[in-house]
Write a protein that binds this ligand. Structure first.
Ligand code: PXP
Length: 237
């Protein structure tokens, strides 16, 4: 069964808008688990405008499901991950000032960096995942870094889905088949929503995990967190 990891960055963004502790990021993380979330994802950035490094340290002992830290591997990020030792680290090529991640890695031009990082995190007992698009050669190279998983960058799927679901998902099915044949676990994320998740999940039933933030937290404004998580999980059955 595909796991739902809730990305709680947007909760921290809301909290940071006022400088106090409302909403309480730790409490929200625990409630996500209580309501059925099977993991918590955070994406700390060097400017700490969403999740702060302190949040990450505080979250670690509280999280009873799977903790996934994603981000660009600057020195501070690497240090944080090695200290916190989450279950999984997802390496994302977003520049420090990017609003959000908007592409996967070009593995060829970052092969040494990624291989070294995979080695470092694996030695520390942390599962690794590399954020990639659907280019097949790129995924073959990602497998050669020794990573455990890849995370497919699903924004292009989400964009095309309303027009043509089959066409939108086809390259992702190909990419996920190749990844599986190379022994890689497959995660996915970016712009997945109640509208497009079920079709994606049914098309790639061997998907290990989706991490979802923006749409899920937005839906929670109308539906409440408990009902929202229930509905996302229903899409993954
Ligand atoms: N996966 C990665 C690597 C991301 O950078 C993000 C956005 O922070 C997500 C998943 C979640 O995307 P969304 O917020 O659109 O659900």
């Amino acid at each position: 069964m595909t796991k739902l990891s809730v990305n709680i960055n947007k909760v921290a963004t809301l909290r940071n808008a006022r400088g106090g502790n409302t909403p309480d990021v730790l409490a929200v993380a625990k409630d996500c688990e209580l309501f059925g979330g099977e993991g918590i994802t955070v994406h700390p950035r060097p400017d700490q405008r969403h999740i702060t490094y302190n949040d990450v340290y505080q979250l670690k002992p509280q999280i009873k499901t799977e903790f996934n830290i994603e981000g660009y591997p600057c020195d501070e990020f690497i240090d944080l991950v090695l200290k916190v030792k989450p279950h999984q680290v997802t390496l994302v090529p977003d520049a420090p000032d990017a609003i959000t991640s908007n592409a996967g890695w070009d593995v060829a031009s970052n092969f040494e960096l990624l291989s070294e990082l995979v080695d470092k995190f694996t030695s520390a007992g942390i599962r690794t995942s590399i954020f990639v698009g659907t280019d097949l050669e790129n995924i073959k190279l990602a497998a050669k870094t020794g990573t455990d998983r890849v995370e497919l960058y699903t924004e292009p799927y989400a964009k095309e889905y309303p027009e043509s679901p089959d066409k939108a998902v086809a390259p992702f099915v190909e990419a996920a088949k190749l990844a599986r044949s190379l022994g890689l676990g497959v995660n996915a994320g970016h712009d997945l929503s109640l509208e497009n998740l079920e079709f994606f999940s049914k098309s790639i039933p061997w998907l290990e995990e989706v991490s979802i933030g923006h749409a899920l937290i937005s839906d929670a404004l109308y539906l409440g967190l408990k009902e929202t998580i229930r509905r996302y999980k229903e899409c993954l059955l």
